[in-house]
Design a protein around this ligand. Structure first.
Ligand SMILES: Cc1ncc(COP(=O)(O)O)c(C=O)c1O
Length: 460
């Protein structure tokens, strides 16, 4: 609201979900039982859940009302037609494939385009994106701009992809060996940082020059549009939706996990321009997700998504969303907590390596911070560093991730200002005793996506 510094939530609460308040002694027990992996905690053991902004949104009264009138017909349901129309209008793509979430669309598209010898290039592949590509036998290469790897550096569009490197890499690998170029907006694994319109356009030009497929990973396209409108010259008079539509216009298609800016708890889609590619993906969709007019979704999911994808572009909502995330980030910065700067759209990312400089990387400083946040305040966060992206060399030595981050992902329309004030108090305590110098070791891990199910133990 103009002229006021307090960011009020632009909604009233009509229904409440109780939070179970726990003691530190209880949390010590819960975390040990969960093998120090916060993914393995029961949600009832968590006070503030910042594990993810994915599928954790509070839906609006309109969305709930839409779910009641939704059409559950197997084929040609009204709710599908509504969702299809909204997604077509937004993406400008003629072919829309509904999926139960983002990774289902990734599995279909990237298993079709991938395979041994193929390369995918992105600003940063999200973990499921990378896993789906690598599972097909292809390789996934990240080429964010160089500013993106310096957490403290201020840059308006740190999510941008390095266009010169892209051009050289495609020439080097050979265009026919490129599965796709994937631009993730905002760049989740790169700190939730936005991508500029100029960058999205230039990536498109390079892809066109080489005849390479260009896909937007657009799960946070509305949040990205907020940054474009407020940071990029020439964009200030466009609506958030127009900005999103313009960005979709450069690409050959998109994949969306609607669990983010779709404001739903489950849902996703793939949108494509090429009829042959769409036909091939539709075959896979029917085999593994469901018929073309529902994918893996019920009618009520599609109805809620159609409404959510419209609500998310509301200027009051988007401004509250971005400014309240920035509020948390700016207060933490003032407290001396090292963060990825500037603050991104859906989350605050802490530079755990700088927060715990005494903990060696192979003892996972990010995991140590995640554990401390839980033990001190019941806050659940997620490590985005060498637990999530680390690999091993032939001698089983850790090849670390480029950054050791901890993400506080803020669910949409869920927490109020006083929840955020509590989180800040918890951090004040953590800052007071941050001299720890021992981290965690992994005691059990799966082959793929190890952060979800690995077991840890404190060292010493
Ligand atoms: C950038 C990005 N792409 C893809 C996905 C995968 O979506 P889903 O969790 O719906 O499978 C996510 C989920 O967090 C994401 O952030």
């Amino acid at each position: 609201m103009e002229g006021f510094k307090t960011i009020i939530e632009p909604f009233r609460i009509k229904m409440v979900e109780p939070i179970e308040l726990t003691t530190r002694v209880e949390r010590e027990l819960f975390l040990e039982k969960a093998h120090y992996n916060t993914f393995l905690l029961h949600s009832s053991e968590v006070i503030i859940d910042f594990l993810t902004d994915s599928g954790t949104s509070a839906m609006s009264a309109n969305q709930w009302a839409g779910m009641i009138v939704a059409d559950e017909s197997y084929a040609g349901a009204r709710s599908w037609e509504r969702m299809e129309a909204v997604v077509k209008h937004l993406t400008g793509c003629p072919f829309i494939l509904p999926t139960h979430q983002g990774r289902a669309a990734e599995r279909i598209l990237y298993s079709h385009l991938g395979g041994k010898g193929k390369t995918f290039i992105s600003n940063t592949h999200f973990d499921t994106t990378r896993a789906n590509i690598e599972f097909s036998g292809a390789e996934a290469i990240d080429i964010p701009i160089k500013e993106a790897t310096i957490p403290s550096l201020e840059h308006p569009f740190k999510g941008n992809l390095d266009v010169d490197k892209l051009d050289a890499l495609i020439a080097d690998k050979g265009a026919k060996n490129i599965g796709a170029v994937i631009l993730t907006v905002t760049n989740n694994s790169g700190g939730g940082q936005p991508v500029s319109m100029q960058n999205a356009r230039e990536v498109g030009e390079v892809c066109k020059k080489h005849g390479v497929l260009y896909i937007l990973d657009c799960c946070r396209i509305a949040e990205n549009s907020w940054f474009v409108k407020h940071r990029e010259a020439g964009m200030e008079n466009k609506t958030y939706e127009q900005i999103a539509q313009e960005m979709f216009g450069f690409a050959d298609g998109a994949i969306m996990s609607a669990k983010k800016d779709g404001l739903v708890n489950m849902g996703g889609f793939m949108s494509l321009k090429d009829p042959e590619l769409a036909a091939a993906c539709t075959n896979l969709l029917i085999i593994t997700e469901g018929f073309t007019t529902y994918g893996g979704l019920s009618g009520r999911d599609m109805e809620a998504m159609a409404i959510g994808l419209t609500e998310v572009f509301d200027p009051d909502y988007l401004t509250y969303r971005i400014r309240s995330t920035q509020y948390l980030g700016d207060k933490l910065t003032a407290m001396g907590v090292p963060l990825v700067r500037p603050i991104g759209g859906h989350a605050v990312y802490i530079d755990a390596k700088a927060f715990y400089p005494n903990i060696p990387i192979n003892q996972y400083p990010g995991q140590a911070l995640v554990a401390e946040l839980y033990l001190t305040g019941g806050i659940r966060a997620v490590e985005i560093g060498s637990v999530m992206f680390g690999k091993y060399d032939a001698l089983k030595n850790l090849i670390p991730a480029p950054m050791e981050l901890v993400r506080l992902a803020i669910p949409r329309r869920v927490y109020t200002q006083s929840h955020i004030e509590y989180v800040l108090e918890v951090f004040e305590k953590l800052v007071g005793y941050r001299t720890r110098n021992k981290g965690y070791k992994i005691t059990k891990e799966p082959e793929f996506l190890r952060h979800f199910t690995s077991h840890f133990a404190p060292i010493g």
